[in-house]
Design a protein around this ligand. Structure first.
Ligand SMILES: NC(=O)c1ccc[n+]([C@@H]2O[C@H](COP(=O)([O-])OP(=O)(O)OC[C@H]3O[C@@H](n4cnc5c(N)ncnc54)[C@H](OP(=O)(O)O)[C@@H]3O)[C@@H](O)[C@H]2O)c1
Length: 252
């Protein structure tokens, strides 16, 4: 089967492309660095010719409110229009668990706009909302750092490793389009302050996490429901603790 991965050079994209190739699919890894750009339309029609499935795991280079909205709207419109012309049978997009609960954030308003374009398009689709990636925990710490303090709320999360996200997307690629949304999460819930504490400690990072119920997550208030999945998420098997010790083994 010919599958196009939009954002094929990114964190998830690279792993997804490898995974799909191992399963014997013909895969196009599409990104501006390979001459395929969903903002300008460059290379898009050629890349999509004969494709059965498109998996969109691209991300905006800027997370500034206006820029990120512009990215997901323009990219989504161009991509879905080109897919309709090419007769693509399944559009799969990676979004974020809780997107509809986090609309105080410009990033999530942009992800919501991306999802709405997909739902309004005639192309059959599956929206896959994943929780935060383990690889993103360092970014959460960074965003909340002031000097040697990292101030974070104790909100529940259920993060997942990028390899498990890529593996789930590769399976969904051969399933029927749901014309709906599924959630993807890691195997266990953990509080944000504790997650970052474990991460910093494993990396021998001297910063201290201060638990503060009023601290925000990228500028947005969060509670135990904001970032956690509903009743029936697909679960990735990898535990945060095991990932931490594995990544530590590579970087002693
Ligand atoms: N971070 C998290 O915890 C999390 C959780 C749930 C869902 N998500 C979602 O997961 C998705 C993938 O995230 P990621 O961290 O894997 O992204 P990433 O590593 O930042 O990769 C972004 C990809 O998008 C490509 N791209 C940028 N502009 C493009 C354009 N104009 N046309 C085509 N491709 C373009 C980049 O290509 P170049 O390399 O050529 O620039 C790159 O391949 C995002 O949609 C994000 O919302 C993230």
């Amino acid at each position: 089967m010919k599958i196009v991965v939009i954002g094929g050079s990114g964190l998830i994209g690279k792993k997804l492309v490898n995974n799909l190739r191992q399963r014997g699919h013909q895969v196009v890894a599409a990104s501006p660095s390979s001459g395929i750009n969903t903002l300008t339309g460059e290379g898009l029609a050629d890349a999509l010719a004969g494709a059965a499935v498109v998996i969109d795991v691209a991300n905006s280079p800027s997370w500034e409110d206006k820029a990120v909205l512009e990215f997901f709207q323009t990219s989504g419109r161009n991509l879905l229009a080109a897919e309709a012309v090419a007769g693509v049978g399944h559009h799969i997009a990676l979004s974020v668990v809780g997107t509809d609960r986090l609309l105080a954030s410009g990033y999530f308003r942009a992800k919501m706009a991306q999802e709405n374009l997909i739902k309004a398009s005639p192309v059959p689709y599956t929206i896959v909302r994943a929780t935060q990636f383990f690889e993103f925990v360092g970014g959460i710490a960074q965003s909340a750092t002031d000097g040697q303090s990292v101030r974070l709320p104790p909100a529940l999360m259920q993060p997942i490793v990028s390899d498990d996200v890529a593996a789930a997307l590769a399976e969904i690629a051969v399933e029927q389009p749901l014309n709906g949304t599924i959630e993807l999460a890691g195997p266990e819930p953990i509080r944000m302050d504790e997650l970052v504490r474990q991460y910093l400690s494993a990396n021998r990072d001297a910063r201290k996490v201060i638990t503060d119920v009023r601290a925000r997550y990228f500028g947005t208030e969060v509670n135990d429901q904001s970032l956690t999945p509903g009743h029936n998420p697909r679960l990735g098997p990898t535990r945060f603790e095991d990932w931490l010790s594995r990544t530590q083994a590579h970087h002693p």
